[in-house]
Structure formats: C-alpha cells, structure tokens
Design a protein around this ligand. Structure first.
Ligand SMILES: NC(=O)c1ccc[n+]([C@@H]2O[C@H](COP(=O)([O-])OP(=O)(O)OC[C@H]3O[C@@H](n4cnc5c(N)ncnc54)[C@H](OP(=O)(O)O)[C@@H]3O)[C@@H](O)[C@H]2O)c1
Length: 263
C-alpha cells in the first residue's frame, strides 16, 4: 500500500478531504495533485505532495481520483486519455456520472470505480459507497484502503447509487435543516443565539453518537418516551402529520432528481 502512487485531479472541497485522508497512508512523494485554481495549489503545496498538470498526474499515478464537478469531467478525461492504460485505475467521485460513460470515453478496457462520498468526510465521519466497473472487478479493496480514514466504506450495486445519493449524499443537508429549525425555535423562545447553537449541535452530536454506539434508534426512542411524559407528546405531533410519509417523499424526490441528473 505504501508504495502505491495515487493522483487527485481537482482538489476543492472533496478532493482536499480525500487528500487529507490519504496523506497519512502514503508518503507524500507518492501523491500527485492537480487543480485549475492557483489558490488551491498554494494551500496543498505545504503538505509536500507533488503538484502537477492533469496529464502528469495520470502519467505518474497508478490510481487516479477524479474529484472535479460533473460538468468538468469530460474536459479532464480528454486531458488524460492518452496517458491512461489498463494498468491504471480511475476512481470518479462525480455525482451522477455513470461508470459506463467514463469507460466509453476512455475507449480502453480501463478499470473504473465510482465512489459516492458524503460531506462528512470533511470531519472523517463520512459515508463512502462505491461500485466497480466491469474492468475493475476485485479492485474494491483499493477504495476501502484509500478511503478508510474518512468514514465507513462499502460496495453497492451501481443501480443503488441514486438511492445512496438521496440518503447519505443529501442526508447531511436534511440534518442541517432540522438543526436550523431547532435553533430558530430556541431563539424564538428567548434563548441567546450562542447558547441556542451550542444546545443544538450537542443535541445532534450526542444523539448521533448514541445511535452509532448502540445501533437501536427504536429502543433508544422508547427509553426517552416515558408514558405521560413530555417526549411522547412531541412524538404524537410527528405521527399526526405522518412524518414517516414525509420522509419517504423526501427520499423519493431526491432519488428521482439524482436519476434525472445521471441520464
Ligand atoms: N460536495 C459534496 O457533498 C459531494 C458529495 C459527493 C460527491 N461530490 C462530488 O465531488 C466532486 C467535487 O465536488 P467539490 O464540491 O469538491 O467541487 P469543488 O470544490 O468545486 O472542487 C473541484 C475543483 O476542481 C477544479 N477543476 C475544475 N476543472 C478542472 C480541470 N479540468 N482540471 C483540474 N481541476 C479542475 C476546480 O477549479 P475551479 O473552481 O476553478 O473550476 C475546483 O478547485 C463533484 O463531482 C461532486 O459531484 C460532492
């Protein structure tokens, strides 16, 4: 693993978090990074990795992680096409870009792996799903090692990528939205903004940690809901408005949008 040469093309939000994850696994001389933005490259330079052009990243790396926006992926593939051969593996994190599209573009029997990380890789608590293309069978272990410092990593059928996008890709956005509402209510009820923020962040952090450690949300909920108590009164309101149905619709809509974007 430590001898592996890995490249990252596009080192913005996601690419930089991936770099932070792999920098502890590989010597920096084995990491090759490119980006369009000078400011991004200045920030990366301090880490001691090799700063190069897209072509040089492709030339020097065995694993090439493409972390540009979906609309920029074709430009990158055009750039690196003649530097790629079947001994290299392409990992794309572009949301909605199917493995077939990349394989077709490269015109070669190139191993391609599609990865769907979520924003929480920024705090190394991400959810990272991946699917291997037909020329990348058995190469999943590389993804599991490279992304291991960034959260949980698992393989799924590519057909389930839209569902994963709707649940774990968009998921942090839903949770931030709930936190925003809780904060608003705290302030409306007269709490100062600073303490409102602290209460809400600790609430989500603590409850999240309990679910993570005990893995039984139903049982945990029942423990809080003592008969005749306060929580059960609140839960009854969720039930009155059929929150479960609302959540189902949220996931349905996000999944449909993901399908539209990838077609
Ligand atoms: N953010 C998320 O929660 C999330 C979750 C899952 C997957 N993703 C996927 O992750 C990918 C990256 O997203 P991001 O939020 O990290 O984007 P980002 O912050 O915009 O980073 C992309 C970087 O790539 C650079 N770039 C663009 N074209 C390039 C090219 N031809 N050659 C080299 N560098 C180039 C961009 O420079 P310019 O800004 O100058 O164009 C930018 O610095 C996207 O495909 C997205 O679908 C994101």
């Amino acid at each position: 693993m430590r001898k592996l040469k890995v490249g990252i093309i596009g080192c913005g939000n996601m690419g930089y978090s991936i770099l932070e994850g792999i920098i502890s696994l590989l010597p920096s001389r084995n990491i090759f990074v490119s980006d369009k933005k000078k400011s991004v490259l200045r920030k990366i330079k301090e880490s001691g990795v090799n700063i190069c052009s897209n072509k040089e990243v492709a030339e020097n790396s065995e694993i090439i992680i493409i972390a540009v926006k979906p609309q920029d992926i074709e430009e990158v593939l055009k750039d690196i096409k003649d530097k790629i051969d079947p001994s290299k593996t392409i990992i794309s994190i572009a949301a909605g870009v199917k493995i077939k599209k990349i394989e077709k573009f490269l015109n070669w029997k190139i191993p391609v792996i599609r990865v769907m990380p979520n924003l929480c890789v920024k705090v190394k608590e991400g959810i990272i799903a991946y699917s291997c293309g037909k020329f990348a069978k058995g190469k999943g272990k590389i993804v599991e090692s490279l992304f291991s410092r960034l959260g949980i990593v698992f393989e799924i059928d590519e057909k389930k990528m839209d569902l994963i996008t709707a649940i774990s890709g968009s998921g942090p956005g839903y949770i931030f939205y709930f936190a925003e509402i809780f904060e608003k209510i705290c302030r409306k009820e007269g709490l100062k903004s600073g303490i409102s923020g602290e209460i809400v962040s600790q609430l989500f952090y603590g409850a999240g940690k309990m679910i993570k450690e005990m893995k039984k949300p139903k049982k945990l909920k029942e423990e809080v809901c003592s008969p005749g108590g306060t929580t059960i009164e609140g839960i009854k309101v969720f039930e009155k408005y059929n929150l479960e149905r609302i959540f189902e619709e949220v996931i349905e809509k996000a999944k449909k949008r993901s399908e539209e974007l990838s077609n």
